[in-house]
Design a protein around this ligand. Sequence first.
Ligand SMILES: NC(=O)c1ccc[n+]([C@@H]2O[C@H](COP(=O)([O-])OP(=O)(O)OC[C@H]3O[C@@H](n4cnc5c(N)ncnc54)[C@H](O)[C@@H]3O)[C@@H](O)[C@H]2O)c1
Length: 325
Amino acid sequence: MANETYLVTGAMGCIGSWVLRHLTDQGADIVATDLQADPVRGRLLMTDPEIAAITWEHLDVTDTKAVSSVVETHGVTHIIHLAGLQIPFCRADPPVGAAVNVTGTVNVFEAARAHNVKGLTYASSLAALGAPTFYDTWPLPDDAPTMPSTLYGVYKVANEETGRIYAADWNIGSIGLRPYTVYGVARDQGITADPAKAILAAAAGVPFHIRFSGPVALQHASDVAQIFIGCAKAETADAKVLNLRGDVIDIADFVETLKNRVPDAQITFEPDTPLPYPADLSDAGLQSVLGHVPHTPLTDAIENDITAYRSLLANGKLDLKQLES
Ligand SMILES: NC(=O)c1ccc[n+]([C@@H]2O[C@H](COP(=O)([O-])OP(=O)(O)OC[C@H]3O[C@@H](n4cnc5c(N)ncnc54)[C@H](O)[C@@H]3O)[C@@H](O)[C@H]2O)c1
């Protein structure tokens, strides 16, 4: 880790908090940035001294000069770019969505170009892809055609294409990662947070209804964070866009697995309501970059999460308000 400094944007989000957890474990120098001031999710995963050891900066990624300045001032060598607005926010306010998700990402690439950043990874999304019916090669390869059905997905495709041009024109390498259904402690908003919320509800002994059904690729936030870090460390010279896989499972089987661990769990799901994304994703590209792809098997992850949620609830560090939204 000598002479390495990691900039994390969107560091107070779910994946960002897990990235901080793992970078801290690795003894990395971290510059954690976000619009928010209070690391609510980070406190679910780290102790107060660990949080205090991180350098925190307020950073709006839409501010071109501010992004460049943070990278220059701290001698940033690696960037993990996670700041972004999710599907409902982009739909509610498309110009702001584009400013954060598209211009914000261009600003990050521009800062990487100006200040000789060695490793850059950023969050694309599975929402860059189309409905499963568009595809006929399974598991779905990384280079399957993009066919976004939301503005959010369109913005993520713009990120992927931005990466391609920065590599072609200026030799700025990058890896865009496409998470799908991320779960685990600190995953608390968006429809694909429902599996995480179901585990929390099972831990707390309260009912919860998952708003969809059918196959998904469940990816634990801890694994996803390690994948982002590993891809930044890979310091790739070209522009890659990579799928994640995790556990490809039907929601009915996920609920059954959860009930095997917590037999009295009151978890239901909406029948015949599949998410409009492919689930059977190939992570061969990710394997070729990382060698070993971090993957906590679902039963182990549920066990860990139940224990963590119960401890957080018992210590008054988490309430159940997130189950209502
Ligand atoms: N969680 C998932 O299942 C999932 C799936 C696919 C893609 N992604 C992508 O991964 C990234 C991280 O996801 P997450 O679940 O941690 O998201 P999140 O919503 O929990 O966190 C995003 C963070 O970005 C910050 N942010 C928003 N606007 C900003 C701005 N202008 N400047 C700086 N920070 C800003 C927010 O304050 C928030 O802390 C996002 O880009 C998201 O689109 C997530």
